[in-house]
Design a protein around this ligand. Structure first.
Ligand code: BGP
Length: 469
């Protein structure tokens, strides 16, 4: 659909960028922080551990000054659960509270709105030892943790995100480095974990509305439209099924408090539906998000998978779907180019996804991740000329504006990532930031912060409220 005239980005649009605690902070065992599952996992060969990351813990003032120089209106970051409660459900670590108080105050002093993710892939290791999300008691631990956050930071934080990419933790836990299930029936256990997370999220949303009267809260899954490989009805059906399993299962529960019917029948068919307790549906139904935050990198394309087929590859990650026998088969989209790390690039798919989510739920949306992972090069003259990143972001911002013109209520855009940090499974070399951090995979160098070309470009985008891209 073409528009003769485009709507402007809203006046108070939340331009910013994102990070997550374990990928940026470092200081993995400082000032009383407990270990998380990210600190204890076996890292993939050739990639670094998360002990130092971008050392944001010690550089946060300098980093926020740079965010302010870019003109950020918002900064989306996550709180490390095990920094605040080292063993997940015991003593509160005052030093951890102090760090996030300082961080939030520093943002506010620079007129930057904090958007806080409560949990981003880094479950406290002590909870993992007790069964992690397979253990229903982890719901209570999360509820208690959420109260600690609301009570300590709720006077200043107005935007809360519950759980980052719960759907990717269930579908691609191995790539993200989430503890493997010891259970014989892994898929059944995963959907049980999922149910517990959905309950934990629902309870946290309710508590947030009781404790922080002026705050808004929402889920933060990775959502993307799913294309059928061809117009063959079988492929369209497979795309619908995959979208239900990947996307709508998570948002239908968060928004409507009910399981998506197609996703539910998929689970029943496989005998992997979660066990429920009395009252679970009431908890899910009573919680209401104020907005939907979502991460978008590229669309997915699938074909039908016939029962008995054996050509599905194993692996996959957040944006590369492999498939499931008899359900769907991930395929490449020949119309799209790819990043150096193999993720397809689909700016129009961004508009399609924005429209699709808004059409289903009619809640305001915030984009909490979008971006290009690339091998950036620090030139001899000290510059980083990341024109490819500018090109990627520019095309996505154009599509966001078109989606707004289509009628989508979009509150903000926070691409990944504010500053270079460690990728979930592909090391430091896969950079996303506007700010270069001078370190390699294993040589920490001086960790200096250097403005990339995209830094100056994004500054102009924000200053012109998206007019000058
Ligand atoms: C999302 C995660 C982020 C981030 C991003 C890029 O799925 O929420 O934590 O890392 O993807 O992915 P990667 O680091 O694998 O390149």
């Amino acid at each position: 659909m073409f528009h003769k005239e485009l709507k402007a980005f809203p006046k108070n649009f939340l331009w910013g960028a994102s990070t997550s605690a374990y990928q940026v902070e470092g200081a993995y065992n400082e000032d009383g922080k407990g270990l998380s599952v990210q600190d204890t996992k076996d890292v993939i060969e050739g990639t670094p551990d998360f002990k130092v990351a971008s050392d944001h813990y010690h550089h946060y003032k300098e980093d926020i000054a740079l965010f302010a120089e870019m003109g950020f209106k918002a900064y989306r970051f996550s709180i490390s659960w095990s920094r605040v409660i080292p063993d997940g459900d015991g003593e509160v670590n005052l030093k951890g509270i102090e760090f996030y108080n300082n961080l939030i105050d520093e943002l506010i002093a620079h007129d930057i709105e904090p958007i806080v993710t409560m949990y981003h892939f880094d479950l406290p290791y002590a909870l993992q030892l007790k069964g992690g999300w397979s253990n229903r008691e982890t719901i209570d631990a999360f509820v208690r943790y959420s109260k600690v956050l609301f009570e300590n930071f709720g006077d200043r934080v107005r935007y809360w995100l519950t759980i980052n990419e719960e759907n990717m933790m269930i579908l691609h836990g191995a790539a993200i480095g989430i503890g493997d299930s010891q259970n014989d029936n892994i898929q059944k256990d995963l959907y049980q974990q999922n149910h517990h997370m959905l309950l934990a999220q629902a309870k946290a949303m309710q508590i947030c509305h009781t404790i922080c009267m002026n705050a808004k809260i929402g889920p933060a899954p990775n959502i993307t439209s799913i294309y059928p490989k061809t117009s063959k009805p079988e492929d369209v059906l497979a795309a619908q099924t995959f979208s239900a399993i990947r996307n709508w299962l998570y948002l239908d529960v968060a928004v409507y408090g009910k399981y998506n019917d197609i996703a539910w029948s998929y689970m029943v068919e496989k005998g992997i539906e979660p066990n429920m307790e009395d009252g679970d549906f009431r908890i899910l139904r009573e919680a209401k998000p104020d907005f939907i935050a979502f991460n978008y990198y590229c669309t997915g394309t699938v074909a039908e998978s016939k029962i008995g087929e054996t050509d599905l590859k194993t692996g996959g990650d957040q944006q590369i779907s492999v498939g499931e026998y008899g359900v769907y088969k991930g395929t490449q989209n020949e119309n799209l180019q790819k990043t150096e790390f193999g993720w397809e690039i689909d700016p129009i798919g961004f508009r399609i996804t924005l429209r699709e989510i808004y059409d289903r739920y009619h809640l305001p949306l915030i984009v909490t991740e979008n971006g290009l992972g690339a091998y950036d090069k620090l030139e001899e003259d000290g510059t980083i000329n990341d024109d490819y990143r500018i090109d990627y972001l520019k095309k996505h911002i154009e599509q966001a504006r078109l989606a707004i013109t289509d009628g989508v209520d979009l509150l903000g855009y926070c691409p990944w990532s504010a500053i270079d940090l460690i990728s979930t499974h592909q090391g430091f070399k896969k950079r996303y930031g506007f700010i270069y951090v001078n370190r390699d995979e294993f040589d920490l160098k001086d960790l200096n912060r250097i403005r990339k070309k995209s830094f100056y470009w994004y500054k102009d985008v924000i200053a012109s409220n998206g007019e000058k891209i």
